[in-house]
Design a binder for this molecule. Structure first.
Ligand code: TYM
Length: 325
């Protein structure tokens, strides 16, 4: 199967990104034809630090490798270095009704936040994502819950394009993890964990052990006493149980049993300790990779060459069908 997915390089991968997306990538890489992208062109739709950006892209590549992606098996590359992504994005703009973009949840949330001063990039963002997916004949897109709607839109685009110009694109399916598709904010467990919220609301993969423990200790829970998984009534506790169970590789019921009779404080402390322990090898590997910048760049260069070959060929097909050659 052809797999494609990507994450924005914002220098702050959090455990939601890890449990929702990267953990699935690690399982899929062995048996499939995988492409994992650093989607820098998506990241520039909101303000970013151009002095730091190159470093953040390299950091992200180091993080992919540190998490366990094998560059001998998978393609890892930077979106802006393969020009067909923006080229196909434009084409998709011409066949997508505006109404479909206005109804995207992420667009609605962001435009509310920016009070109509948002860039057009925020509206057109799902089309660049669709271009990423469609250039590579992707069958499966492993992501968290918040991206599901964009993949549904991608399928709609495939249907429309193929019926207008002839069969060119493969219709992709999203793959969500059975647990962890929506890790919630620590400070407001009714909202998803997001890097655009305050630092205390998410755990970055690079937080120090002290920071991790402090954040989990301060996680918002409820006024009850029993540790029970119930996302609607106990969103904070359920979120901690989900994180714990995924990192410990245990079922939620098992964790509930282990925690029976313990206090919320104990659950928070044990979850903090487990996160610290599980992230330790990752942090160590990442530090090591960051001191080998030439190697990381080499991985990206190799990835770019392979991705560009595939993308060029697909774009050629698209243009031919459209009479653009
Ligand atoms: P991004 O960078 O916001 O998030 C990257 C991945 O992390 C998942 N994720 C979560 N999963 C569980 N709980 C959370 N709280 C949580 N927050 C984020 C996301 O679902 C995603 O899988 N537009 C995309 C990036 C993208 C892409 C693509 C993805 C661009 N092109 C092509 C797949 C295929 C985005 O902004 O994700």
């Amino acid at each position: 199967m052809r797999i494609f997915s990507g994450i924005q390089p914002t220098g702050n991968l959090h455990i939601g990104n890890y449990l929702g997306a990267i953990k699935q990538w690690l399982d899929l890489q062995h048996e499939n034809d995988c492409i994992f992208c650093i989607v820098d062109l998506h990241a520039i739709t909101t303000s970013y630090d151009k002095e730091l950006f190159r470093k953040e892209i390299l950091d992200q590549a180091a993080s992919y490798l540190a998490a366990g992606l094998d560059p001998e098996k998978v393609i890892i590359f930077v979106q802006s270095r393969v020009k067909e992504h923006t080229e196909l994005c434009w084409i998709l703009n011409t066949i997508t009704p505006l109404g479909e973009l206005y109804r995207m949840t992420q667009y609605k949330e962001k435009s509310e936040k920016y009070k109509n001063s948002e860039s057009a990039g925020i509206l057109n963002y799902p089309l660049l994502m669709a271009a990423d997916i469609l250039l590579y004949d992707t069958e499966i897109v492993p992501v968290g819950e918040d991206q599901r709607q964009h993949i549904e839109l991608t399928r709609e685009i495939v249907r429309r394009f193929n019926s207008k110009y002839g069969e060119v694109f493969v219709s992709p399916k999203e793959k969500l993890p059975s647990k962890g598709a929506r890790i919630m904010s620590l400070s407001d467990p009714k909202k998803k964990m997001s890097k655009s919220d305050g630092k205390e609301s998410y755990i970055s993969l690079f937080d120090s052990p002290e920071e991790i423990k402090k954040k989990t200790k301060a996680a918002v829970t409820d006024t009850g006493k029993t540790i029970k998984y119930n996302p609607s009534r106990k969103p904070g506790i359920s979120n901690l149980l989900t994180i714990y169970s995924l990192l410990a590789n245990k079922r939620i019921e098992e964790v509930e049993k282990e925690m029976k009779g313990k206090s919320y404080k104990a659950l928070k402390e044990e979850t903090g300790d487990l996160i610290v322990k599980e992230l330790h090898p990752f942090r160590k590997k990442r530090r090591e990779l960051l001191s080998r910048e030439v190697y990381v760049e080499e991985v990206l260069k190799r990835g770019e060459e392979k991705a560009a070959t595939l993308a060029e060929s697909k774009m050629g097909e698209v243009k031919k069908k459209m009479g653009l050659w």
